[in-house]
Design a protein around this ligand. Structure first.
Ligand code: BDR
Ligand code: CA
Length: 313
């Protein structure tokens, strides 16, 4: 089993990514951490704690809280319009019995990575603030990360917050830049592929008709599909973060183009944009694989069948 840690900001698609991860025998989830993004860090940690309890995740899987504001100290960019009040599309899970483990996620994850150098895959599903903080505080840990799989960026396509930028990178471009330039081996799962792998609204409805804990996933998916339908007239939901987890569960699901990248931090209209170098013109080492193709049907089947594996507790 692939040892992974999951840094997230639940968030509907983060929550669905956790449904997928905890129903996937290919993965051994060592820890979960919460970062400010779709919601504030306390809310993200509380949403994660409630969800882990809801999915009967063993209490020895620790949950850490990480960064609460972008690296450069700017205001958090909220994403509540997409995820609804509370961040989970109006779904309210029971109060959590589990507590957040002590310590900042940046230090806790560094400890885990040091203990198993080269073995752990870090899956980052929110703004990269905690991961960048970890690399600043513990520079040696860069060499201990097996792989970093990031949901973020609109590399060769339009952004979703601005025409240039995707939410996770727009929310903390300084962090995104530092992480992408760190030399850590990265797979970047951006809007290029997540937007090409929408989950049809009928699947949301099917899941919503199942017993708990599956029905809550269906309801969250239905919320997302509703938002997408209102904006773009398509009865389907982008489940960005779950595709990043799926990329680890099923390595053949995505196609990649290698290169390096920088993230715009000062542009008047391009803050948060990824500037990818796939032709080697900058001379920087090609440490990033940009996801450029996706088996959309394979993803939809994997996600829906794995969510459905969760059994009543
Ligand atoms: C990303 O932004 C958030 O809204 C989602 O959770 C996802 O991580 C997509 O741009
Ligand atoms: Ca997210």
């Amino acid at each position: 089993r692939i040892p992974v840690v999951i840094d997230c900001d639940p968030g509907i698609d983060d929550a669905l990514a956790l449904y997928l991860a905890f129903a996937s025998p290919e993965l051994n989830v060592l820890a979960v951490s919460a970062v400010a993004g779709n919601v504030g860090v306390e809310r993200a940690a509380d949403n994660a704690a409630r969800l882990l309890d809801h999915l009967a995740v063993p209490s020895d899987v620790p949950l850490y809280a990480g960064a609460g504001a972008p690296l450069a100290g700017s205001e958090r960019v909220p994403d509540e319009p997409v995820h609804g009040p509370g961040g989970l599309g109006g779904v309210v899970f029971a109060e959590a019995a589990r507590q957040t483990a002590p310590g900042h996620a940046a230090d806790a994850l560094a400890g885990l990575l040091r203990d198993r150098p080269g073995e752990i895959t870090v899956i980052a599903l929110g703004p990269l603030t905690t991961i960048a903080t970890m690399l600043r505080r513990h520079p040696d840990v860069a060499g201990a990360i097996g792989e970093l799989v990031i949901m973020g960026g609109a590399v060769f396509v339009q952004g979703n917050v601005t025409p240039a930028a995707e939410f996770n990178f727009y929310a903390d471009p300084e962090a995104a830049h530092e992480v992408l330039a760190s030399g850590v081996p990265i797979r970047l799962v951006g809007l290029d592929v997540t937007r090409a792998a929408l989950v049809p609204a009928e699947i949301a409805d099917e899941l919503a008709a199942a017993p708990t804990p599956v029905r809550e996933a269906g309801r969250m998916l239905a919320h997302l599909a509703g938002v997408y339908a209102a904006r773009f007239g398509v009865a389907a939901a982008p489940v960005h973060d779950a595709l990043a987890v799926a990329a680890v569960v099923r390595p053949g699901l995505l196609d990649y183009t290698p290169g390096s990248a920088a993230v715009e931090r000062v542009g008047e209209i391009t803050r948060g944009a990824v500037v990818a170098d796939i032709r080697g013109v900058t001379g920087r080492p090609a440490t990033i694989r940009f996801a450029t193709g996706v088996d959309a049907d394979g993803f939809v089947r994997l996600l829906s069948s794995r969510i459905a594996r969760h059994t009543p507790g």
